[in-house]
Design a protein around this ligand. Structure first.
Ligand code: GTP
Ligand code: MG
Length: 233
């Protein structure tokens, strides 16, 4: 039996190097089966994970891109993330430079994406409170200024990873439903409501009607011509 699928969303994780993007994705994809590993292996180019996520009554398939922050790889990344529905922009709360780098990633996402993508600002490594360099308030204010959702996460402690992904999916589902509604309204305005159009075109009644009218006009026209010719001769 075919697997049910209601939505397919593409998401992308961006941010400076070492902020925890790859671990974020591993945690999301593997959840509790993920064995925490402190060693740092920078991503080369781009990676991805695909998995299913049930959201309320819907089955959602997610394809999530995990990107490298290396400037030499940006052209490869740009060509892959164009159709992203959402971006996680990650900084490290223990490294102010990564917070300062956030704007360049937002700019890249806006220039690259051709959708009205949802962006979320993420301050990661909230378990390292003693090393904090960026306060929660600073992150929250920046996100507010940019009209974005903000959350602090700890990939290590598995905090807020699933919450924020679920939030994003719900937002995207809402968006899709709104778009569908708008499409249906446009169709009904044109008098081409999907059901009606489909049935009239497929059962042939629409075409048949015009064939009958054509034939009738043809016969009437020749009948009048014949009548006039008879009168003259
Ligand atoms: N304490 C703590 N360490 C973390 C957390 N998330 C990631 N790390 C560590 O931070 C380092 C970098 O993590 P990555 O996930 O590889 O970072 P990245 O953003 O993918 O880096 P690039 O691939 O170079 O862009 C690793 O040593 C991780 O173990 C976290 O929530 N808490
Ligand atoms: Mg990485």
């Amino acid at each position: 039996m075919a697997q049910r699928l209601d939505y397919l969303f593409y998401l992308t994780i961006i941010g400076d190097t070492g902020t925890g993007k790859s671990n974020f994705l591993k945690r999301l994809a593997l959840n509790l089966t993920y064995d925490w590993d402190n060693t740092f292996k920078p991503t080369i180019g781009i990676d991805f994970s695909i998995f299913y996520a049930p959201i309320d009554q819907s089955v959602v398939k997610l394809l999530i891109w995990d990107t490298s922050s290396n400037p030499n790889h940006q052209h490869i990344i740009a060509s892959r993330v164009r159709a992203s529905h959402g971006f996680f922009i990650v900084y490290d709360i223990t490294n102010r430079k990564t917070f300062e780098g956030v704007m360049k990633w937002i700019k890249m996402a806006k220039e690259t994406s051709w959708t009205d993508a949802t962006m979320i600002l993420i301050g990661n490594k909230s378990d390292l409170e003693e090393d904090r360099e960026v306060s929660f308030e600073e992150g929250r204010l920046l996100a507010e200024e940019l009209g974005m959702k903000f959350v602090e996460t700890s990939v290590k402690r598995n905090e807020n990873i699933r919450y924020i992904t679920k939030w994003l999916m719900e937002k995207e589902i809402e968006k899709e439903k709104r778009k569908q509604k708008e499409r249906n309204q446009k169709k009904s305005l044109l008098g081409l409501q999907a059901g009606k159009t489909f049935s009239s075109l497929t059962n042939g009644s629409f075409h048949r009607k015009w064939v009958y009218i054509g034939l009738l006009s043809f016969v009437t026209f020749y009948f009048i011509l014949f009548f006039l010719w008879k009168k003259i001769t």
